[in-house]
Design a protein around this ligand. Structure first.
Ligand code: CO
Length: 219
């Protein structure tokens, strides 16, 4: 069996298992999509969004790119956020980074990777903004870990400042932005920043998170 045939085979097995466990599973999904969460995560194959939080198809709207970035000119990401908030009415938007992120590490080391370096320049900007904090950390891996956290924080800020979020909050829609980080070595999610439930909560959340990160003491 070649690599693609394996997928067809596994897909059949998966679909049959789903129906065995819940005969109405697919019928329900066809009828409507009503996820409570939007997940913005890294494309890294070791961080499969639904799986690490134990959610089934239909329960989480997902956008992934390298290094989990929310870039103000990225129409792809912005469209996902707008659809999730305006149409699906999700209540929790999660930006999830992960330790051991190749994109974050490359931004720190200046490793040559080709075109993608232009995308990762956004992470380099975060490293530059916090160069003193990062320089004060001992150990290459620890510096990369701190940058993973700072990068999540920066994306929480970026997301909270989009027109989509500001408009949702302006019309009193209940939606919170969460910054999380996932550790590959233990499979555990941790909070990087307190939840941001409105424009006034952004600055305090950023300050609290920055203090935690600079002490290397995430809860
Ligand atoms: Co990554």
């Amino acid at each position: 069996m070649n690599a693609i045939d394996t997928l067809f085979h596994k897909n059949r097995e998966w679909a049959q298992r789903r129906v065995r466990e819940d005969p109405q599973f697919f019928a329900r999904l066809v009828a409507q999509q009503r996820p409570a969460y939007l997940w913005i995560g890294c494309s890294d194959s070791r961080v499969p969004a639904n799986e690490i939080v134990g959610l089934l198809p239909g329960e989480m709207f997902v956008h992934r790119n390298v290094a989990n970035l929310v870039v103000h000119t990225d129409l792809n990401c912005l469209s996902v956020v707008q659809f999730a908030l305006d149409v699906l009415r999700v209540r929790d938007v999660i930006v999830c980074g992960h330790y051991g992120c190749g994109g974050v590490r490359a931004a720190l080391t200046g490793e040559r990777l080709g075109l993608i370096e232009n995308w990762l320049a956004h992470v380099k900007d975060v490293a530059l903004e916090h160069r003193e904090l990062i320089a004060s950390v001992a150990g290459e891996e620890q510096r990369a870990d701190r940058l993973c956290e700072l990068n999540v924080l920066s994306q929480v800020a970026s997301l909270s400042r989009t027109t989509v979020l500001r408009d949702a909050w302006a019309r009193s829609q209940e939606v919170a932005v969460h910054g999380l980080v996932y550790r590959l070595s233990d499979g555990i999610l941790r909070r990087v920043a307190p939840p941001v439930g409105g424009p006034a909560e952004l600055q305090p959340a950023l300050s609290t998170a920055l203090e935690r990160i600079s002490k290397g003491s995430l809860p």
